[in-house]
Design a protein around this ligand. Sequence first.
Ligand SMILES: Cc1cc2nc3c(=O)[nH]c(=O)nc-3n(C[C@H](O)[C@H](O)[C@H](O)COP(=O)(O)OP(=O)(O)OC[C@H]3O[C@@H](n4cnc5c(N)ncnc54)[C@H](O)[C@@H]3O)c2cc1C
Length: 560
Amino acid sequence: MDTSDHTRAALAPVTTTIERLFPTLSAQHVERIAAHGKRLSVRPGDILLDASAALSRMFVVVTGRIEIVRSAEGAETLVAELGPGQFTGEISLLSGRRSFVRIRATAQGEIVEIDREHSLGLLQTDAELGPILMRAFILRRVELIARGLGDVVLLGSDHCAATLRIREFLSRNGHPFTYVDLDHEPALQETLDRFHVTLADVPVLICRGDAFLRNPTNQEIAECLGFNQGIDTDKVRDLVVVGAGPSGLAAAVYGASEGLDVLVLESTAPGGQAAASSKIENYLGFPTGISGQELAARAYNQAQKFGAQVMIAEGATELSCQRRPFAVELENGQRLPARTVIIATGAAYRKLPLDNLAQFEGAGVYYFATHMESALCRNEEVIVVGGGNGAGQAAVFLAESAARVHVLVRGSGLAESMSRYLIRRIEDHPRIVLHTGAEITALEGDGHLAHVRFKDRAGAEERHPVRHVFLMTGAEPNSQWLKGCIALDAKGFIKTGPDLTRDDLAVAGWPLARPPHLLETSLPGVFAVGDVRANSMKRVASAVGEGSSAVALVHQVLRS
Ligand SMILES: Cc1cc2nc3c(=O)[nH]c(=O)nc-3n(C[C@H](O)[C@H](O)[C@H](O)COP(=O)(O)OP(=O)(O)OC[C@H]3O[C@@H](n4cnc5c(N)ncnc54)[C@H](O)[C@@H]3O)c2cc1C
C-alpha cells in the first residue's frame, strides 16, 4: 500500500494517518540531524537493529530504503518501509527499553545513526525538530497500543481480579499487548489444559514470545519486559523521587529539565491516584477535561524526554536516616544513593473490603462529590459512606439534586466525628436518611453499579436499587515505609516546613542553624510533596505545584 512517496506500511493505521506516523523531513532537517550522528553505508539485508536489543539509537534514511518488521513465533510482519527523509524510533527510545521490531536495509544507500543520548539532546534542544520527532514517537506508540502490536499476550478472564491488575499495569505503563479472554476462547483453554495450565495459573502472560509467566507479579512482568533495564542503581543521584503520581512526575520534569540527575521510583505504574480518575475537569488548561491516565502518560513521557529515569514496579521500603548521601532501599534489598530525596508517595483512599469494588470505581463508586458526580445521580438514590465532615458536606451537597441520600456510618451516631452544623443539616433534611451501625456487604451490577446490599443496626441485610456510592472514609498516607525516620502528624502525614514544631525538630535532631524550607521534612535535604504531606490540598494541581516548587528548594540544598 503506497500512501506516500516513500512509506509502505503493511497495515493502515487505526489512530492517525501514515503521514503523521512517518513524516518526511526536509533535506535541511536531515543535514541538521546528521551533525548529531554518524553516516553509515548500507546494503540490502543489513540489520540495523534487532528486536529485543535495547532501543538505543534511531536512524534517518538519507538515500535508499529500510524496513521495520515485527517478528513473532518465527514469522515476520512488515510494519513499514521508509525512504529518504524518514526516521525510525518510538517512545522506548526515551528510556532505552527493548525494541519491539527489527530494522533492516532493503536497498543500498546511506543512513544516519543517532545514539540515544544525542536523540534526547535533539528532543530537548531543537525547537523545530524536537516536536516533529516527539509527536511521531508518541503516535507510533499509540498505534501499537491500538493494534495490540506488542511483545506480550495476556490470557485471562474478564471475571478475574488478577487479569484486571495485569491489564491495568500494562495499560498504565503504556505497553502494547494482546488480550485473550479465555471465557470466549474454549479452544485455547483446551490447549492450555494440554500444557497443564490450570485455572489457578490464570492469568498467563506470554512475554516476548518465549517466557510463559503464570499469574505473574507486576515486578516479574517489569523484569521480563525490561522496564528497568539500563538504570544504574549504584550512581549517586542529585535527586531520587519516590512515587510517580502527579507530584512526583512534576518533580521529575522540573528536576530533569533543570539539569539534575533524577531517578524516580514507582511501586506500581506512573499516574498515582490521578490515573484512577476517568476525567479530571479542574486541572488548569484542559477546559474539556483530561483523563488521569492521559495526563500521567504525557507527564511520564515529558519526564523521560528531559532525561529522568523511572523505575517501575519498585517500591521504596526504607529511607536511611543518616546524612547525605541518603539511601533509598528497595524491596529487593538494593540501596539507591541520593544527594536529595523528594517523597511523593501520596495517599490511598480507604476502600471497602469488597472483592469487586475496583470493578465499579468510576462506574458507580466515587471518592469525590463535585458538580460532575452530582449531575450523574440527579433524581436518583445515592449512598454516602462515612461520618466525617467530608461525608457530611457530600451528603448535604448531593441532597440538592438526588432523590434520596442514605448516609451510612459504622458508629452509633455522628456526634463524635462531624461538625454540629452539618449534623443539624443532615437531621433536618427531608431527603437524607441516616443509617447508624451500618456497612455495605455487597455491590452488584453488570458494568455499572445497579444494586447495593447493606445492613444497619437492625442487623437484617437489605438490597437497594442504588447506582451511586460515595466513599468518604478518608485517605491514609503512604508513609509506613519511612518507619519513624521522619516526623509525621498523628494521622501519618509527613510534616514539613512551618508545620514542624521545635519539639519535632529536637526529637529529629535537626542539625542546621536555618529552619526547614517550606516543603522540607525533619531531615534536611529530604522533601515531601502532594497528598502524603500534612495539610496538603489533595488535588492534582496542588500536587503538581508542590512537586515543581520542591525542585527549587532542592537546588538550594545542593548548592549549600
Ligand atoms: C478516583 C479519584 C479521582 C480524583 N479526581 C480528582 C480530580 O478530578 N481533580 C483533582 O484535583 N484531584 C482528583 N483526585 C485527587 C488527586 O488524584 C490527588 O490529589 C493526586 O493524585 C495526588 O498526587 P500525589 O502525586 O501526591 O499522590 P498519588 O497520586 O497518590 O501518587 C503517589 C504515587 O506513589 C506511589 N507509591 C506509593 N508508595 C510508594 C513507595 N513506597 N515506593 C514507590 N512508590 C510509591 C503510588 O503507587 C503512586 O503512584 C482524585 C483522586 C481519586 C482517587
